[in-house]
Design a protein around this ligand. Structure first.
Ligand code: FAD
Length: 367
């Protein structure tokens, strides 16, 4: 058997690449190497259903174990790749094994940023893996007070899950409104009021500058001089591509089909600097096509969704480039659409409580 295709990283992009290779008739060897012990699984529920309900973990795997067997896709789980040798065309694993490849997909995703000021404490959580979600669910079950640092989508989802679990919840955000850099202050402020209406304390325009406690954080001091008591802290201040294992050269530029500067080496998903489910899925499939020498498929604009207090929030396009916004509907009823325009042309759409309008929003942007 030839060396075939090695996929490093076992998340969404990896699974979509492997699946697409088989669907397109590739019969060579396919191996997925993943640092985590689980076969590829879905991450969005980790900050939603899984925080409230352990049973929701049952729905996480993209495919059942027998699918990989039937498809002839080998899973090497629980072992990280430690080094890529682009000249010898091998990947060294941390356990000493070495895998030769004909083509390689780098799909190692991203890892949460840490705050140095919180580094030495035990009760500080990040949320990337199912293990992280289990630890956070157990912490929230203890009750008490949680401070969520960062009001991006994940921070907001954690805050929503925490307050619904009866935990006293405070969000600390450096900007003057959640998602202000993406959606602007006015739309961001709608998120502020959404959480306040549900009982979350929103502290805006402040950062955590000091933490106090022995072993666990008991209090944090904010940049505005305020002090917050806490039993748990969740840090959601963004992610960085997981490229350390590639060494000093890093990943470098990535082309439309995921092609890197090394022949036969592709990259897809969060590792390329994305950060959203749809783009990871699309890029994984696109890399498979490129590996097989097929033309890329024209892609619809990528989007992002979030679920907050049973309301679906969806976003497509590039709102930061807008020079005007139009709101249609009733923000107080969690039922509205924001159209971001530039020179009169739609560049982004935010839908709140209007999932049925998504195809229309995509069509508007594609036009
Ligand atoms: P990942 O799914 O992160 O997979 C990368 C895998 O590579 C991981 O299993 C990692 O352990 C492994 N790995 C890392 N380093 C190595 C190594 N050296 N060797 C081997 N394996 C390695 N997106 C949305 O659009 N909507 C949402 O509502 C949403 N919610 C989210 C909620 C949470 C809690 C998280 C964490 C993400 C969410 N996302 C959401 C983002 C979405 O899940 C990601 O964009 C998507 O999972 C990226 O897929 P990926 O394959 O690039 O990376």
């Amino acid at each position: 058997m030839g060396d075939g295709i090695v996929i490093v990283g076992g998340g969404l992009a990896a699974q979509r690449c492997a699946q697409t290779l088989r669907r397109l008739g590739y019969e060579g060897r396919v191996r997925i190497v993943c640092a985590e012990p689980d076969a590829p699984y879905d991450r969005p529920p980790l900050s939603k259903a899984v925080l409230a309900d352990a049973d929701a973990e049952a729905d996480l795997p993209y495919r059942p174990p027998h699918w990989y067997v039937e498809q002839g896709i080998e899973l090497l789980l629980g072992v990280p790749a430690a080094r890529l040798d682009g000249v010898r065309r091998t990947v060294a694993l941390k356990d000493g094994r070495e895998l030769a490849f004909e083509q390689l997909l780098i799909a190692t995703g991203s890892r949460p940023r840490h705050l140095p000021v919180l580094a030495r404490f035990a009760n500080v959580h990040a949320l990337r893996t199912v293990a992280d979600a289990r630890a956070l669910r157990a912490a929230l079950a203890q009750g008490g007070r949680v401070v969520v640092v960062g009001a991006g989508f994940i921070g907001q989802e954690v805050a929503a899950a925490a307050v619904r679990a009866g935990v006293h919840t405070t969000v600390v955000e450096a900007a003057d409104a959640p998602l202000a850099a993406l959606l602007g202050h006015a739309v961001g402020s709608w998120f502020t009021e959404l959480h306040r209406g549900e009982g979350v304390e929103m502290v805006l325009g402040a950062t955590v500058v000091a933490a106090h406690g022995a072993g666990s954080v008991e209090r944090v001091t904010l940049s505005d001089g305020r002090t917050l008591r806490c039993d748990h802290i969740v840090v959601g201040v963004g992610v960085d591509p997981d490229v350390d294992w590639l060494g000093d050269g890093g990943l470098g530029p990535v082309g439309a089909g995921g092609q890197t500067r090394m022949a036969g080496v592709f990259a897809a998903g969060d590792v390329t600097g994305g950060g959203h489910w749809e783009s990871a899925a699309r890029q994984g499939a696109a890399a498979a096509r490129a590996m097989l020498g097929l033309e890329p498929v024209k892609a619809a604009p990528d989007g992002f969704w979030s679920d907050l207090y049973d309301t679906r929030v969806q976003y497509v396009g590039h709102a930061p480039t807008a020079d005007a916004t139009t709101i249609d509907g009733d923000p107080s009823a969690r039922d509205f659409r924001v159209t971001f325009t530039r020179g009169g042309r739609a560049v982004g759409v935010l839908l709140v409580g209007r999932p049925h309008e998504l195809p229309n929003a995509r069509a508007l942007l594609a036009a």
